[in-house]
Design a protein around this ligand. Structure first.
Ligand code: OGA
Ligand code: ZN
Ligand code: ZN
Length: 389
């Protein structure tokens, strides 16, 4: 192993041979991540904080060496501290662009693949309920598919009350909201929520009025309407945003920048609530990647706390977004025993209207799991199944 320094960029470079690109490590990062017992606590797998009370950002490498026997890099710092780092530890953390991309893909989150309504048949996958409960391999496949494509259908679940609880417990735990742990969607007289009517439910995300919007929605079909209605609608809103960005860039920008007041006022069982979250329809992260979509016509407040001049452009942009979302939607009708699962930060979903009579009822039970919990399980399973260290 050859070790060297790039003095100008304050990097330590490591390479097995001259033909290979060097691994890169900023010197100040190496100091911060010293693995000695004064700097790092093995038992908690975390950095010890006291070095930061008198952090010397000017600290420099005094001497570098490679120990063949230990396969480790040794550094003597100009403040007298000594550090060593094993080859395998360094390799995982190499700052070269290829390694950072690998880390993000393998450890952070898999890359989402956006799809059009026509591609639904190609990306759609079914999982068997019992296999999800009994096999960690199948559990990982489901979570992976959900992360990449945003939707997966679970088949053959019993028509029992504990199905969603069991699925959520396989992932981690259920996400409770103002509508309880689980909620029943069926036509009810005096319904407290627009979804609890037999009317068509246009494309929406669930609960945009929460800062911590539930990440994954699970819908268990217990009874399905025999009437021609009650079909599911689903559209990949990341794909819809891609189309908007290409075809109507100004409208895209308006939907990324105009905050909207999402709200839900009412009560469910004993709880009275008044939720508001103010955020644009399309939320981007620092790299311009989609983070979250917010949309629900009944749950958009009549308060719209933007300057009056921003209002018309927003309506015009939103009209385009909804036209595209409807044009890109796929439809299917679940049957009893199906559990439809989808990414609620990404998909917009809805249903067609149905006739509800005494002999023709429809009953769906819903629940949520958060992405933090789902991705954590995904990583633990991938580690256990040898996909990554
Ligand atoms: C909901 C919902 C879907 C359905 O209640 O938010 O999306 O099929 N229901 O009734
Ligand atoms: Zn140390
Ligand atoms: Zn919904």
């Amino acid at each position: 192993m050859q070790v060297s320094r790039d003095l100008q960029q304050e990097l330590v470079l490591l390479r097995a041979s001259f033909e290979q690109p060097a691994m890169q490590f900023p010197e100040i990062w190496l100091r911060d991540n010293c693995q000695c017992p004064k700097c790092y606590m093995q038992q908690t797998r975390s950095r010890l904080p006291h070095g930061w009370n008198y952090l010397n950002t000017a600290v420099q490498v005094q001497q570098l060496s490679w120990c063949v026997a230990q396969q480790a890099l040794h550094i003597e710092w100009n403040d007298g501290h000594q550090s060593s780092y094993t080859y395998s530890w360094l390799k995982e953390r190499d700052f070269s662009p290829a390694n950072r991309a690998r880390y993000l893909r393998d450890f952070y989150r898999p890359e989402p693949r956006h799809w059009s309504g026509k591609q639904f048949a190609l990306i759609q996958r079914e999982f068997q309920y019992q296999e999800l409960l009994s096999s960690d391999e199948v559990l990982l496949e489901w979570l992976h598919h959900l992360a990449v494509y945003g939707v997966a259908l679970i088949k053959q679940a019993p028509l029992e009350a504990d199905v969603l609880r069991k699925l959520c417990n396989r992932v981690g735990f259920m996400r409770r909201t103002t509508y309880g742990d689980e909620w029943s969607v069926r036509a009810q007289p005096g319904a407290s929520n627009y979804a609890y009517l037999a009317a068509p439910l246009p494309l929406h995300t669930d609960m945009p009025y929460f800062e911590y919007k539930p990440g994954v929605t699970l819908l268990h079909t217990l009874e399905q309407s025999d009437s021609p209605g009650g079909w599911n609608l689903l559209s990949d809103a990341f794909h819809v945003a891609d189309l908007l960005r290409q075809r109507h860039p100004r409208a895209f920008q308006v939907l990324c920048e105009t905050p909207v007041d999402w709200a839900d006022i009412g009560n469910d069982k004993e709880l009275s609530f008044h939720n508001i979250w103010r955020e644009p329809v399309i939320n981007l992260d620092a790299n311009g990647q989609y983070k979250r979509i917010n949309h629900s016509i009944p749950q958009r407040d009549s308060h719209f706390s933007v300057a009056a001049g921003q209002v018309r452009p927003w309506y015009e942009a939103m009209a385009l977004f909804i036209q595209l979302a409807n044009a890109e939607a796929c439809t299917f009708k679940t049957t009893p025993g199906d559990v439809l699962t989808f990414d609620n930060l990404r998909m917009v979903h809805g249903r067609t209207g149905y006739d509800d009579t005494d002999r023709n009822v429809r009953h769906i039970v819903g629940a949520f799991v958060d992405w933090d919990i789902a991705f954590s399980r995904w990583r633990v399973l991938r580690h256990a199944q040898g996909y990554c260290k």
